[in-house]
Design a protein around this ligand. Structure first.
Ligand code: CU
Length: 219
């Protein structure tokens, strides 16, 4: 969206907030980077040696300046840290009764289990406008469950559950987003990519019951 076209789609409100924080942080670090480089080059030229055997000024610190250049960055870093941690907790605190999808990483594919028993491979479908909680684990080694459009990833760990939730915005109904593994997990890692399709609530329910029938017919 807007200036964010070089970033993946902002699928959720949270993606939008994460991007906004990203731009604030990018702005702050760009400002200080440019400031420091300008001062560096200016001082290099201004205070360069002009006479042979020139001796520089003997300076013994400046308490006021040192307090300022310690406190200002500290305050900025604490702000960035607090905001980042706030978002991480928010993405792990779903509203009551979210729709739960169990995610299991395998070498080298993703398995998704829906509450009615439907089980898909690399084919993730979610209803738009509904909070969806992913409960993530692994059947073998460590994988990384990552949805760039949601701006979050959680490791998929054998014997442990991790989770996050998201609510896809309804304007993305019909669109498909990549869900790569982002922890190196062996030879097949580069090909370990699932796809997440955002569906309307009714299409999603139809798809679920059709899948269930197919699955039962094959069993
Ligand atoms: Cu992997």
């Amino acid at each position: 969206m807007g200036i964010a076209t070089w970033l993946p789609t902002e699928l959720t409100q949270m993606s939008h907030r994460v991007d906004s924080l990203f731009y604030v942080i990018l702005g702050v670090v760009t400002f200080f980077f440019v400031l420091v480089e300008i001062l560096l080059v200016t001082f290099l030229i201004k205070y360069r040696r002009t006479k042979k055997n020139q001796v520089g000024a003997n300076i013994h610190g400046n308490t006021k300046l040192e307090v300022i250049w310690t406190l200002v960055p500290a305050v900025i870093l604490v702000f960035m840290g607090v905001m980042s941690v706030k978002y991480v907790y928010a993405e792990q605190t779903p509203p009551p009764k979210p729709y739960v999808i169990d995610v299991t990483g395998h070498e080298w594919w993703w398995e998704f289990k829906y509450p009615n028993g439907v089980d898909t491979h690399n084919d993730l479908r979610v209803p738009a406008g509904t909070p969806v909680l992913f409960r993530i684990t692994s059947g073998d080694v460590i994988h990384g469950f990552y949805i760039p459009a949601v701006r979050i990833q959680q490791d998929a760990l054998p014997g442990r559950l991790t989770e996050f939730y998201m609510t896809a915005e309804t304007k993305y109904i019909g669109q498909t987003f990549p869900v790569p593994c982002d922890q190196f997990c062996g030879a097949g890692h580069p090909d370990m990519i699932a796809h997440m399709t955002v569906m309307s609530e009714s299409n999603f329910n139809n798809w679920l019951s059709t899948q269930l029938k197919k699955q039962n017919a094959n069993a």
